[in-house]
Structure formats: C-alpha cells, structure tokens
Design a binder for this molecule. Structure first.
Ligand code: AHM
Ligand code: MG
Length: 336
C-alpha cells in the first residue's frame, strides 16, 4: 500500500504555490517534530520521569501550570525559535511575545500556539492537544509590531491542531483543504489518513459545558433547550458530548458534524476561549472544511483581535447548526 507522509504532503503542496521558498515547509516540519516529542511524552506520562501534576507556577491567565503544559511550551518554543522561519512566537503560556534575535535566524512567519490544550484532562488520561496558527509578518522593517501580532483572522497562512488521543493526529489547513495525518508509533511517522476533510452539512450532537447553564443569557438557554427537545425533525433531540478539551471536541465536531459552543456567561462576558490560538485557527480549519465559526453573531475570520490573549465566545460546527445557533442568539423572537 502506498502511503503519503506528512513531510511528502507538505512538499507536494509547496510545489503548487508559485514562488514558494521552502520556509513554510520548513516551519511545518519543525511543528511536526515538536508534536512527535510531545506525543511520546504524553504516551509515557505516569511512567518514568514524573511528568504528571502541577509545577507550582501560575500562568498569565491565573491558571495553575501543569508539568506537561510547561514541557509542551518549552518543546515548541525551543524547536520553532531555531527553525529560522519565524520572527515571533506567542503562546498561551507567555504573557508577551517571544521575539527572535538575528543570531537565531529571523524568518517571515509569526507562530501562535496553545501548546497543551485541555490541561484539566492531563492527569486523567483523556485527550489533550496542541493548537497553532501561522501569519506572515506584515510590517516593514526588522521589528515585530501589532500590525503583525494582531492581524485579521482571515490573514492566517495556515492553522492546525495535534490531538493526543487514542491515536495521535496532526490536522492542518493552508487554506486549500483540511488534511489529517495519523502517527504510526512504531515508525514515528505521520501518514495521511483523512484526505480533504469535509464537515457534514448538519449534525445531531451538541457540545457545551452545560454546568454553566445558570450563568448563560436567555437566548443561549433557549438554544440548548431547542437542541435537546424531541421533535418530528429526526435530528432532534441532539445528543450531548463534552470532553472539555477544545481540540478533542472540535475534532469530533469536524468529523461527525454538529455544534461546539463556548458562549459568554455571567463570569466570562467575552467567553473563555482565546481568539488568537484557539478560536481563529479552529475557524480557518472549520471554514476550509465547509463548516462555520462564529461568535454567535459575527464570523470569527472577519475579526481582528485587540490583544494577543483576547477571549471570544466561540461556536464551531456544521453550516446548518451554526445558522440555527445564530438565529437563537441574535433574533430570539423569530426562532423556529
Ligand atoms: P486550556 O487551554 O488552559 O486547557 O483551557 C481551554 C479549555 C478548552 O480546551 C476547553 O474547550 C475549555 O477550556 C473547557 O473549559 P470548561 O472546563 O470551562 O468547560
Ligand atoms: Mg486551550
């Protein structure tokens, strides 16, 4: 059987881009190397060196840092900063961007990441992930400015995630389709397993932390009530699946259809998820797969962040499911 590796696929894609210099392909290869190192560590968690539990530190968002969070952040930062392909790295774990110095080799890309998404699931052997987003440097001159770090989400050159689940998968888009690769652990190689992923037009699964219901506004409550109420519509009631790792909930939604939501609530008026390294990359992936990504009333890809750690309400899913959500959230009176 002929199998395509991730490296071969990136090279093939590169050949279709006129004037490509190899810098993007190089960056993608380095991301893949970091992903393999983290996958290996995640699979061995609990044996060997003590990698589970807390570091005792608190990150910029006031969250307790897990040892694997720190390991993933250090691994990605070390490998990507030496790639020669980037001029800045932003991370959920760093308050400020990491700027690459000339002696490290400055490239033309900005790399943004949530190095280990789903921290609360680390110690309990539930899927966790990495999310990344890549932009091109826009400003003239050597320095990295807000023009580079705060770009409209539709300016992303590529976005992807790695899910460390029952198998490790690398899913990415460079705007020309979404491709999924599964790690063969015996060979240490990612092979193309999901070609040109397309999300179903409608699904029958909703995914939300329903424990927050009492903090939602009435429109959000009505939307969830609608989804789970039996009807002559054969899709309703929707089934509930919620893992609490964005990567895992988004991955299931991408393959099976339906809707993932992290709405605003009384405690988080801007939602919980981060625009630059959670919402925007997922939005590029979902739209490239024929789905949609919204705040409930705005298309995520039309938005420009004002801060690298800005939060945003997030609705990801099938075309029809996001339409239903937007109707409830913005025009409650005309809901079905
Ligand atoms: P993290 O990046 O610190 O792990 O936090 C983000 C995670 C997402 O993966 C997930 O969708 C969400 O937080 C779950 O939050 P909650 O526990 O409030 O449901
Ligand atoms: Mg996260």
């Amino acid at each position: 059987m002929e199998r395509t590796t991730l490296v071969q696929h990136i090279r093939q894609e590169e050949r279709t881009v006129p004037g490509a210099t190899g810098e993007f392909a190089n960056l993608m290869n380095e991301i893949m190397v970091a992903a393999k190192i983290i996958s290996n560590e995640v699979n061995r968690a609990g044996i060997g060196e003590d990698i589970l539990g807390l570091t005792g530190e608190t990150n910029v968002h006031g969250e307790k840092v897990q040892k694997l969070d720190e390991f993933a952040n250090n691994t990605f930062t070390t490998i990507i900063r030496r790639s020669g392909s980037v001029c800045a790295i932003t991370s959920e774990e760093f308050e400020d961007p990491v700027l690459i110095s000339p002696n490290e080799g400055i490239g033309k890309y900005i790399f943004m990441m949530d190095p280990l998404d789903g921290s609360s699931n680390i110690d309990v052997n539930v899927s966790i992930g990495t999310i990344f987003s890549i932009y091109r440097k826009k400003s003239k001159g050597q320095g990295v400015t807000n023009e580079d770090l705060l770009q409209r989400a539709d300016q992303q050159v590529a976005a992807g995630y790695i899910i460390y689940g029952s198998s490790t998968m690398f899913v990415y888009t460079a705007g020309r389709g979404v491709f999924g690769f599964t790690l063969d652990p015996s060979l240490g190689e990612f092979f193309l397993s999901h070609r040109d992923i397309k999300i179903p037009h409608r699904g029958n699964v909703y995914s939300v932390n329903e424990g927050n219901t009492s903090d939602w506004d009435e429109n959000q409550k009505r939307l969830v009530e609608y989804l789970k109420t039996p009807d002559t519509d054969p899709e309703r009631p929707y089934r509930l699946r919620y893992i609490g790792t964005l990567v895992a909930d988004a991955h299931r939604t991408l393959l099976k259809g339906g809707i993932f939501m992290y709405p605003r609530d009384r405690h988080s008026p801007m939602g919980k998820l981060r625009f630059s390294y959670e919402a925007a990359p997922m939005a590029l992936i979902f739209e490239s797969a024929g789905g949609r990504a919204s705040t409930g009333d705005k298309r995520i890809l039309d938005m420009t962040p004002t801060d690298i750690h800005q939060c945003v309400p997030l609705f990801l899913g099938s075309q029809m499911d996001i339409e239903i959500a937007e109707k409830f959230l913005s025009h409650a009176e005309s809901c079905p």
